[in-house]
Design a protein around this ligand. Structure first.
Ligand SMILES: Nc1ncnc2c1ncn2[C@@H]1O[C@H](COP(=O)(O)OP(=O)(O)OP(=O)(O)O)[C@@H](O)[C@H]1O
Ligand code: SF4
Ligand SMILES: [Mg+2]
Length: 331
C-alpha cells in the first residue's frame, strides 16, 4: 500500500461574516486522506468551500476565518497544533499550494529568480550557483522559454499562463510531498490550461507527489484524478474512486454535476442545476441540497443525512443514495 501523506479528519473552518454577527460555515466536517502519488479532485459549485478547504490545509486563511474543529495530520503530526513559526517550516517543504489567482501569490517587486528560489534556499539549503541552477531547472520543467532571461524578470512581464506555471515552479521549489492546486478558473485559455495539467501530471509521475486538485470541471477530474470529493455547501456529499462515481453516482448532486458536463457533438441543451446553493450562514435543517433535489421528500427536508459508507471506499450523504437516484445520468 502507498504511504499516507495527509489525513484530514472532521475539519471545519468558519468565517465570522458581517463583523461576527453571522457565521459562514465554509468547511464543515470534511475528512479524507491522501497517499503518495495519488491525485484527489475537489469539485463543486462556486462558493461551496473548495478554496477555504485548501487554505485551511496550509493554514493560510484570510482574517476572520477560523479552523474551529478537526485535525490535519501531516507526517504523523497534527499541523493545527503547530505555531506559525513552525508552520513556516512546513509550508513549501512538506505541503505547498498554487493559489487560484497566481497574481495574488507572486510578489510584484521581487524577480522570478528570487521567488522561485526561495523555498529551495530556505528548506533545502541551496545557495549560489547551485540555487541558480535549481531555479533554471524548475523554470525549464514548467516549460518557461529562455529561463536564464525570464529569471531576471518580474511577474507583470509574464502572460497569465506563464504566471500560473511560475506559481507551479514556486510550489515545486522546496520539493514538497504534497501540492494543492486551486484551479485557475478564468485566467487561462483552454490550450494553456491543458498544458498546465499535463505538466502537473508529468511532475507527479516523476516525483510521486500527492496532488489535491480543485476544479469546477469534471472532465479534468476524469482525466487527472484517482479519487474525487464532491462538496456542497461546505460539506462532502460524495467521495470515492473517480471511475465508480462517474459511472454510477450515489448522490443526486453528483448526478446533476455530471449531467451538466457538455457532451461532445451533442445537440441537447446543456443541463443546468436549478436554484442556488443555500446561504452558508443560514443552512437549512435537513439536507442542504433538498431545495434543488428532484427526489427530495419530507424526511430529507427535516433530517440531515450523514456521510455514510455506501460500499467499500464510497461515501455519500443522501437518504436515498443506495437507490441510485438518477440512472439516466449514469449512462
Ligand atoms: N474572506 C472571506 N470572508 C468571509 N466569507 C468568505 C471569505 N472567503 C470566502 N468566504 C465565503 O466562504 C464560502 C466558501 O468560499 P470558497 O472561496 O471557499 O468557495 P469555492 O468553492 O472556492 O468557490 P469558487 O469555485 O468560486 O472558487 C462562500 O460562501 C464565500 O462567500
Ligand atoms: S437526502 Fe434527500 S434531498 Fe438530500 S440529496 Fe438525498 S434524496 Fe435529495
Ligand atoms: Mg475557490
Amino acid at each position: 500500500m502507498a504511504r499516507e501523506l495527509l489525513k484530514v479528519t472532521d475539519l471545519s473552518t468558519h468565517y465570522a461574516g458581517f463583523g461576527g454577527s453571522r457565521l459562514v460555515k465554509a468547511v464543515d466536517g470534511v475528512s479524507f486522506s491522501l497517499e503518495e502519488g495519488q491525485t484527489i479532485g475537489v469539485v463543486g459549485e462556486s462558493g461551496c468551500g473548495k478554496t477555504t478547504l485548501c487554505l485551511s490545509l496550509v493554514r493560510l486563511l484570510a482574517p476572520g476565518a477560523e479552523i474551529v474543529g478537526g485535525s490535519i495530520e501531516l507526517g504523523g503530526r497534527d499541523i493545527l497544533q503547530l505555531s506559525e513559526k513552525e508552520m513556516v517550516e512546513v509550508r513549501g517543504k512538506e505541503i505547498a499550494m498554487i493559489l487560484q489567482d497566481p497574481m495574488t501569490s507572486l510578489n510584484p517587486v521581487i524577480n522570478i529568480e528570487s521567488q522561485v528560489g526561495e523555498a529551495a534556499r530556505r528548506h533545502r539549503g541551496l545557495k549560489g550557483v547551485r540555487l541558480r541552477d535549481r531555479v533554471h531547472d524548475l523554470l525549464e520543467s514548467v516549460r518557461i522559454p529562455s529561463p536564464e532571461v525570464r529569471m531576471e524578470e518580474f511577474p507583470h512581464q509574464m502572460s497569465g499562463g506563464m504566471r500560473q506555471r511560475i506559481a507551479g515552479a514556486i510550489a515545486l521549489s522546496g520539493t514538497p510531498g504534497i501540492i494543492i492546486a486551486d484551479e485557475p478558473t478564468t485566467s487561462l485559455d483552454v490550450t494553456i490550461q491543458a498544458q498546465y495539467l499535463d505538466l502537473l501530471r508529468r511532475l507527479q509521475k516523476e516525483t510521486g507527489v500527492g496532488l489535491i486538485f480543485v476544479t469546477h470541471d469534471l472532465g479534468i477530474v476524469a482525466k487527472m484524478c484517482d479519487e474525487v470529493i464532491v462538496m456542497y455547501a461546505g460539506k462532502t456529499v460524495e467521495r470515492g474512486d473517480v471511475r465508480g462515481i462517474f459511472s454510477a453516482p450515489n448522490h443526486p448532486y453528483t448526478s446533476a454535476l455530471i449531467r451538466s458536463v457538455p457532451k461532445l457533438g451533442s445537440k441537447d441543451p446543456l443541463y443546468r442545476i436549478e436554484g442556488q446553493p443555500p446561504d452558508l450562514s443560514d443552512l437549512p435543517k435537513g439536507c442542504s441540497f433538498a431545495s434543488r433535489c428532484p427526489i427530495a421528500d419530507e424526511h430529507c427536508v427535516s433530517h440531515e443525512p450523514p456521510l455514510m459508507e455506501i460500499q467499500s471506499g464510497r461515501m455519500a450523504a443522501c437518504w436515498k443514495a443506495e437507490e441510485n437516484t438518477m440512472p439516466e445520468v449514469a449512462s
